[in-house]
Design a protein around this ligand. Structure first.
Ligand code: GTP
Ligand code: MG
Length: 309
């Protein structure tokens, strides 16, 4: 027998979809599990728009976690695409994590999702997140409320933000992952590119600093990524990155709000996004942002393709 053949048999691999309603903490969990910031996190529902891969390898087991957009009623083409990604993640997963909030209620949306998941052939795990916000008694009530909704393989209370109970969660998933070859190389931990992450982190800052309709109508596109040559700014140290990005918004009024009084808002967004990019890229970084009104972009397939949404 080849020396590697035996090893590959002992290995385990599973694709694990993280699904749930918006804002329950799915992306926070992905970041916590991978130990890297690969998904934008904000208090604004519908932060995540695509499927984001985060791979974790431990003790011969490779788990490919898929963060997904929060499930909501889709009005625009953008949202329909977002929901198609959730469906694709559910269909392609070996294990399904359904995340809910410990301090939330359950109602018709949860029942609808339970109905959808009752048709899934794969094991479903209920993650009750944000346990840091509730008492033990309240958590118990939550478990009782949910436990008969679906035949869950396990119910695991966690706190993604304070990384509580993630080890037991890992152990359960490791136990249930099927034997099989790994699908990703050891050092391949995400499918997100540096540019994609940069665009997401700029959008994250916008979500955190604007309210109501604005966040949902914003998209970010990196237009220039300059690491040298004639266009590289003379006053920047060598080895850095000069990034330009367009911020698309819904209308002129939103553009005005994003710019702020005397450009105060966009300056604030630019500064915090630039700090985050510097952390991500680990080299000198300069960011320039341009806000453009482009009404109806969320319903234009060509625009969505261009934005890779
Ligand atoms: N208190 C507390 N807050 C949390 C926890 N996990 C996530 N959050 C917060 O919940 C909010 C939403 O987190 P996200 O990770 O963006 O939620 P999401 O489910 O990915 O949201 P969408 O992408 O919109 O579907 C953020 O403000 C997080 O900081 C937790 O364990 N405890
Ligand atoms: Mg998210």
């Amino acid at each position: 027998m080849e020396p590697d053949a035996g090893r590959s048999v002992r290995r385990k691999f599973a694709t694990v979809a993280i699904i749930g309603l918006p804002n329950v903490g799915k992306s926070t969990l992905l970041n916590a599990l991978t130990g890297e910031k690969i998904a934008a996190v904000s208090q604004t529902p519908q932060t995540t728009r695509t499927k984001i891969l985060g791979v974790v390898n431990r003790d011969g087991v490779q788990l490919a976690f898929l963060d997904t957009p929060g499930i909501h009623r889709a009005n625009y083409s953008l949202n329909k695409r977002m929901m198609a990604r959730v469906e694709a993640a559910i269909d392609g997963a070996d294990l399904i994590l359904w995340m809910v909030e410990a301090d939330g209620f359950y109602g018709p949306k949860e029942r609808e999702l339970a109905k959808r998941l009752s048709q899934a052939a794969q094991p479903v795990y209920l993650l009750i997140n944000k346990v840091d916000l509730v008492s033990k008694a309240k958590l118990l009530e939550k478990v009782v409320a949910y436990k008969d909704l679906l035949s869950f393989r396990e119910i695991v209370p966690i706190s993604a933000r304070s990384e509580q109970n993630l080890t037991p969660l890992w152990e359960i998933l490791q136990r249930d992952a099927p034997a099989g070859d790994w699908h990703y190389l050891e050092d391949e931990f995400t499918d997100q590119t540096e540019r994609g992450l940069a665009a997401e982190f700029i959008r994250e800052k916008i979500l955190r600093k604007t309210r109501e309709e604005i966040p949902h109508g914003v998209a970010v596109m990196i237009t220039d990524w300059i690491e040298g040559g004639d266009d590289y700014p003379e006053d920047m140290p060598p080895g850095g990155v000069f990034v330009r990005a367009d911020i698309l918004c819904d209308n002129k009024n939103h553009r005005r709000i994003l710019l702020g009084k005397e450009g105060e808002k966009i300056r604030d967004i630019r500064q915090s996004a630039q700090r985050e990019l510097k952390k991500l890229l680990q080299r000198p970084t300069r960011l320039e942002l341009f806000v453009k009104a482009d009404s109806g972009w969320r319903d234009r397939p060509d625009k969505l393709d261009w934005l890779r949404l």
